[in-house]
Design a binder for this molecule. Structure first.
Ligand SMILES: NC(=O)c1ccc[n+]([C@@H]2O[C@H](COP(=O)([O-])OP(=O)(O)OC[C@H]3O[C@@H](n4cnc5c(N)ncnc54)[C@H](OP(=O)(O)O)[C@@H]3O)[C@@H](O)[C@H]2O)c1
Length: 299
C-alpha cells in the first residue's frame, strides 16, 4: 500500500466545482498529488444554477474552487442570459453558500473583463470594461461573489491550455499534421498559461493563507497567438516558419477578442505572499516547454 494520493495529516477539505473542465480536472489532480482532501463535482453532481443545491453541497468543505463556467465565448453573444445564469448567478449562488458554511471561495475569472485596449499589463484593480457578452457575464460574476462573501480569492487568468480540454496548442499541433502552412493572428497579445500551473498557484495561495482579494494567475512574459503557435511548432519538431502571421480582421468571429490581455502580477509579488512561499507562475515560454509533453502528448 502507498500513501500517495491519500490526504495528509494537515489536509484541507476541498470541493472543486466544474471538476471535468480543463482547469477543474488539473485542479483535482494537483490537489490530490499534494495530499489534500479533494472532492470533485461535475455539472451532474452540482449545477451552480441551483442555489439550494449549492447550499447543500458546499457544507463540510474548507475551500471551494469554482472551476465551472459557460466558456463558449462566441455562443455567449447570442445566449447571454444562459451564460449569465452560470457565470454570474451561479457564481453568486456558490459565494452565498460559502458565506453560509464558512468556506473560502476561490473564484476564477478572465482577462475578458478588461477592454483590451491597454498597452501596459492590467493591474488587479484596473476598471472592468468588458467588450463581449462572455466578458460582461464574467464581470458580473466578479461583482456578485464579492457582494455575497468576504472570503474570496478572485483569480483572473487568460489563454489557458491543458491536457484535458480543447485548447490552442493542441489545435495547432493537429493542424500542423495536416496542413503545410497555417495563418495565425499576430495582433492579439497575451500570456499562455498552463492549467496545471494555475492549479498549483491556487494551492499555494490557500496554503499560504493569502488575504481575500484579486490575484492574476497567468504566466509572465507575453506573446501573440502567432508567437505561441510558432512555439508549438518547435515543440512538435516542425519548422516554425510554416506558421504565418495574420490579423484579427481576417477572422470572422461573433465575439470581439481583446487586442491586449497581459495581466500584471502586483498582488502576487507582495512581500507577505513571497514570505509564505507563494510565487507567480514563470515565463510562458519556459512553462510551455515544460508542459508540452503532457499537453501535446495527451490523446
Ligand atoms: N480557457 C481559457 O482560456 C480561459 C481563459 C480565461 C479564464 N478562464 C476561466 O477559467 C475557468 C475554467 O475554464 P476552463 O477552460 O477549464 O473551462 P471548461 O473546460 O469549459 O470547463 C468549464 C466546466 O464548467 C462546467 N459547467 C458548465 N455549466 C455548469 C453549471 N451550470 N454547473 C456546474 N458546472 C458547469 C462544464 O461542464 P460540462 O462539461 O458538463 O459543460 C465544464 O466542465 C472559467 O471560469 C473560465 O471562465 C478560462
Amino acid at each position: 500500500m502507498t500513501d500517495l494520493g491519500r490526504p495528509g495529516p494537515n489536509a484541507r477539505r476541498w470541493l472543486v466545482v466544474g471538476s471535468r473542465g480543463m482547469l477543474g480536472s488539473d485542479l483535482v489532480e494537483v490537489l490530490q498529488s499534494a495530499r489534500e482532501d479533494v472532492t470533485g463535482l461535475g455539472r451532474d453532481g452540482l449545477d451552480v444554477r441551483d442555489a439550494d443545491a449549492c447550499l447543500q453541497r458546499v457544507t463540510g468543505f474548507d475551500v471551494v474552487v469554482n472551476g465551472s463556467a459557460y466558456t463558449a465565448v462566441d455562443d455567449a453573444e447570442s445566449h447571454e442570459s444562459e451564460a449569465f445564469a452560470v457565470n454570474a448567478s451561479g457564481a453568486a449562488n456558490l459565494a452565498r453558500a460559502c458565506a453560509a458554511s464558512g468556506a473560502r471561495l476561490v473564484h476564477v475569472s478572465t482577462d475578458y473583463v478588461f477592454d483590451g485596449t491597454s498597452s501596459e499589463p492590467y493591474g488587479e484593480d484596473a476598471p472592468l470594461a468588458p467588450r463581449s457578452a462572455y466578458g460582461r457575464t464574467k464581470a458580473a460574476g466578479e461583482w456578485a461573489v464579492r457582494a455575497e462573501h468576504d472570503d474570496v480569492l478572485l483569480v483572473r487568468t487568460a489563454w489557458l491550455y491543458g491536457a484535458n480540454g480543447r485548447c490552442f496548442p493542441r489545435t495547432i499541433a493537429a493542424a500542423l499534421q495536416t496542413r503545410e502552412t497555417l495563418e495565425v493572428v499576430d495582433d492579439q497579445v497575451g500570456q499562455p498559461t498552463w492549467t496545471r500551473d494555475l492549479a498549483g498557484l491556487v494551492l499555494s495561495l490557500v496554503r499560504g493563507g493569502a488575504p481575500a482579494g484579486t490575484y492574476h494567475g497567468t504566466s509572465q512574459g507575453r506573446t501573440t497567438w502567432h508567437g505561441f503557435a510558432q512555439q508549438v511548432a518547435v515543440a512538435v519538431g516542425a519548422d516554425p516558419a510554416r506558421v504565418r502571421p495574420s490579423t484579427s480582421g481576417a477572422q470572422h468571429r461573433a465575439a470581439p477578442r481583446p487586442a491586449f490581455s497581459a495581466l500584471a502580477h502586483t498582488a502576487l509579488l507582495a512581500d507577505v505572499l513571497l514570505e509564505r512561499g507563494v510565487r507567480p507562475i514563470g515565463d510562458w515560454r519556459e512553462r510551455f516547454t515544460a508542459a508540452a509533453p503532457e499537453v501535446l502528448g495527451a490523446g
